[in-house]
Design a protein around this ligand. Structure first.
Ligand SMILES: C[S@@+](CC[C@H](N)C(=O)[O-])C[C@H]1O[C@@H](n2cnc3c(N)ncnc32)[C@H](O)[C@@H]1O
Length: 354
């Protein structure tokens, strides 16, 4: 029996285990969690899942433009720190650093923050030239950062936080748990989660349900606390709270390029994710002092901020295979059936007004 299965079996003797606890164990158990195993392969290499970064540099190139606009809005400070929590292999940072030039490139320092050891090794390789020239550095999740002006950005961080599915059964709330007979829904008091869900709809219908991430407030606080002034930006999949409720909740398992609902299987050897409640995330950011908050589909964000005409003209000069890859990358990020409408980008601003 695998170590995490044995741990869960032992825990099940005491009674059902909430799905969020199983997810926390599967991803973050200090030795055997999917994001804590010292050795890969995981993610794309392990054929479990891919993120926008596996598809090409366009997300990073667009992000680089948003970061430069934030630098301008801050009146071009000599140091612009861009912190990336959940940075994984460091590919987004690498793509940003490759895309910038001139005085902004001189001001930009990229900080990779993610205690995932296998991803960190990949990041050391991806960021090597930037680490050597002090344009990038690593920060442990426990490191307390000096206040800085700049940005906090992330890709698929919030969907990787342990989350609990809840469902409204008409008269009572139930939560998904693991029992020795498999996953089940059991009646429980949703507390703060129930009040939040009820506040986000005109009336609950049977089978409405959503996801509740208990640690979201503390994670949000830790991320934005050191940001004195600048941009907060996150890319993730999810919806506004009312749409999530209407859609119903689930946890997903990514394994070998397929996705299913078997969140309790292959613990430690499969990725687990949950939709992000963008309404709640925006509310928590507002409570932390951020403003101008808004989120939109990735496709719209790309079309709003990427200089597509200019890129199109530049791509004409590229060798055909590279040009085709760029086009494919753009389609993946913008087509509704691909990442375009499943992913959203949330932006907010902290500190100095324009
Ligand atoms: C789904 S992966 C995304 C990795 C990368 N951003 C990408 O797009 O390929 C989520 C990552 O978030 C990291 N993570 C989870 N909670 C975190 C936190 N509080 N601070 C920093 N990283 C965190 C995990 O270790 C994992 O590597």
């Amino acid at each position: 029996m695998k170590p995490l299965d044995a741990l869960v079996q032992a825990r099940l003797v005491q009674g059902p285990v909430p799905a969020a606890e199983v997810m926390a164990l599967g991803l973050y158990h200090p030795e055997h969690g999917y994001y804590r195993e010292p050795e890969g392969p995981w993610g794309f290499e392990g054929k479990d899942y891919y993120t926008a970064l596996d598809l090409g540099p366009l997300l990073g190139q667009t992000l680089a433009l948003r970061l430069e606009a934030a630098w301008e809005r801050l009146d071009r400070p000599p140091r612009f720190t861009a912190l990336e929590p959940g940075a994984g292999r460091g590919w987004l940072g690498r793509d940003v650093l490759n895309a910038v030039s001139g005085p902004f490139a001189e001001a930009l320092v990229y900080v990779h923050r993610d205690d995932n050891p296998a991803a960190r090794r990949a990041a050391e390789e991806a960021l090597a030239p930037f680490l050597a020239s002090d344009r990038a550095r690593f920060a442990a999740e426990s490191e307390s950062l000096e206040p800085f002006a700049g940005a906090v950005f992330s890709n698929e961080l919030f969907d990787a936080l342990p989350a609990q599915p809840w469902r409204w059964e008409g008269e009572r709330w139930t939560r998904e748990v693991l029992t020795s007979a498999g996953p089940q829904w059991e009646a429980a008091d949703p507390g703060e989660a129930g009040a939040w869900f009820a506040s986000q709809t005109d009336g609950l219908e049977p089978r409405d349900g959503s996801i509740w991430c208990e640690i979201l407030p503390e994670v949000v606080h830790a991320l934005v606390a050191p940001l004195e002034a600048g941009l907060f930006l996150t890319v993730d999949y999810g919806e506004s709270a009312d749409r999530l409720l209407a859609k119903g909740a689930d946890l997903r398992r990514f394994k070998a390029h397929s996705v299913d609902g078997k969140w309790h299987e292959d613990l430690g050897a499969a990725d687990l994710t949950a939709d992000v409640d963008f309404t709640r995330l925006a509310g928590l950011l507002e409570a932390e002092g951020l403003r101008d908050l808004g989120h939109l589909e990735l496709s719209k964000w790309i079309r709003t901020h990427a200089p597509l005409d200019q890129w199109g003209a530049e791509w004409m000069a590229l060798p055909t295979p590279v040009r085709m890859k760029r086009t494919e990358n753009l389609l993946q990020l913008t087509l509704p059936g691909m990442m375009g409408s499943r992913f959203r980008v949330l932006e907010g601003w902290k500190g100095k007004a324009v």
